[in-house]
Design a protein around this ligand. Sequence first.
Ligand code: CO
Ligand code: CO
Length: 362
Amino acid sequence: MFEARRERLAQLLQQGGTDACVIVPGPNLYYFTGLSLKQSERLSLAIITRENQLLFLVPQVEVSKVEKLAHDHLFWYTDEQGPLKALTELIKALGKVDSIGVEHGHMRVMELKAVEQLGAAGYIAIDNAVDQLRVIKDQQEIDAIQRAVRIVEESFEATLPSIREGVAELEIAAELEYEMRKRGSEGTPFGTIVASGYRGALPHGRASDKLIKSGELIVLDFGAYYQGYVADITRTVAIGELASELAKIYEIVRQAQQAAVDAVRPGVTAHEIDETARSIIRDRGYGDYFTHRLGHGIGLSGHEEPYMRQQNRLLLEPGMAFTIEPGIYLPDKGGVRIEDNVIVTEDGCLNLMTLTKELISL
Ligand code: CO
Ligand code: CO
């Protein structure tokens, strides 16, 4: 699988007239090699050539991870030596390159400085080409996302009894993360959001020491990783009796979210999916309080292509995976967001999430 992905990348390099590309530790490296390396103060990089040759420069501590894959194209250095000599050897092995592909969105200056030693005349951003490969998920990737979705859904249900008046948001976040870990999550793709009452009006309200009160809405937005793949869910629950406006905005968001899920099929644009939800919220008078795009792609990254946003004319294709997460945020009063993860299928949409979207009152 990884070999086939590298082959496709090598073909893209040939088509683009690029001799080789440099991949730094991160989701793209995992996508092409299956290796989880960390971007750290120790220089690590992989080079994939247009002939589909794979070379690595890594610190000694990573050799055991990489050596099977790199065979005789592994150049490593000790902490004592530093990377310079190994880099020189790699450059010799690589030979002359005129143009080099780089990840504009991931490479740091320290990696760019090393790449400059290769002496290429030009640099080409490969981000879009790699995004085009990653945006269509194969069955194995969909299965991993589905497993991650199961983890977040079960963890939500397991945490519900802990959501009570007088409990701190941070305590609920801790419960969610514990339940996810227990079910096999490899980590959290972003800081767990538990935002109650007025804090719910902050779309990215990370859990705080605020205590939950009766009459509040609580936005819970959290994610898990399974085999490197992300699930990202939001549910909003109520504690006690809600003011009528809060109940009303919940219902508007629920309808807008479901309408957008129902609109997903191949050939529709990302804009149209966003607009389906946005127009419902706008028509009900809350357009100014839906302050972000409708959704984002999920995969090896928590946020990736395709982005469900206004003016994105990208056509949906089978195998695309993304979130649908409209919200309404009323300053000082509270907020609602509901988020599912969906896959575009040949004839429509597979919603990977099964949890109810009716308002849960605790
Ligand atoms: Co989310
Ligand atoms: Co999201």
